[in-house]
Design a protein around this ligand. Sequence first.
Ligand code: ZN
Length: 122
Amino acid sequence: MAAATEKKPAGSAKIRVYRKRVRLFNLIDKIKLWPSRTGQLHGIRTITVTGDMATLTTHCNKQFVVRNSLNSRAARWLRNKWAVTVCPECGVPAWKLEKYAATRFKRHHGSMLENNTRKPGA
Ligand SMILES: [Zn+2]
């Protein structure tokens, strides 16, 4: 589904709704954006999950080790869209930012994003 919608031209971003309590790793794996502590949004190139930790590599070759916490700083930043600037080195495309801007987080409604990343026995 994601592959099909990502090809749409800018301006046609449809509103996506995710649960507020969506797992952080599932969320960042989906939107491929990461807010640094300075309020910069980076584009994620790869995400490697090891148990309850994940290592993110951004397009500007920064690495972040994050915990899969619902209430972490990054999770709140992403939900509340507090990030103020976009990393110039990452070159996050406009369609990705529009997609993110059109994303809503609701407490009782929306996808938990569990389907495509669930592992057997997890
Ligand atoms: Zn960056």
